[in-house]
Design a protein around this ligand. Structure first.
Ligand SMILES: [Zn+2]
Length: 141
């Protein structure tokens, strides 16, 4: 059976409709974008649903992978027990935002209020450059 869902990323105000097929094994399922439900001002120049979906998914993935890296630093996060299992949570809010438009947006991460050393901030910048290519993530502060 084909299911239809709406996806609203936490990286902008866009909304997209996608379908997936429950007859396909879980590890092989794909989300097929079918309709743009809402376009934020930053993503109004992408045209068709596929480049639109690719752009907002790419930004969301980039933000998630970068935040998942930041949470490994003891200056930024600590381990707590949740339902008896150790999980990490941030001890201070990480301020991130995007600049630019369409499929050319830059993830900015402001680490100015953290106790990370300049050396560690440089390491984080290099981690992001290696993972996403130069100029996709900008560590500031
Ligand atoms: Zn958007």
């Amino acid at each position: 059976m084909i299911h239809t869902n709406e996806w609203k990323p936490d990286t902008c105000k866009c909304s997209i409709q996608y379908t997936w097929d429950d007859s396909v094994p879980v590890d092989q399922r794909v989300h097929t974008p079918t309709q743009i439900l809402k376009e934020c001002p930053e993503h109004s120049g992408l045209g068709d649903v596929t480049p639109f979906y690719n752009a907002i998914l790419s930004e969301n993935t980039r933000k998630n992978l970068t935040v998942n890296h930041l949470i490994t630093f003891d200056e930024l996060a600590r381990e707590v027990l949740k339902d008896g299992n150790p999980v990490r949570e941030f001890i201070s809010k990480i301020n991130w935002f995007f600049t630019g438009s369409d499929d050319n947006r830059i993830l900015n991460i402001d680490l100015s209020s953290t106790s990370l050393t300049t050396q560690k901030k440089t390491q984080i910048q290099k981690f992001a450059d290696n993972l996403f290519g130069d100029g996709k993530v900008l560590i500031i502060g």
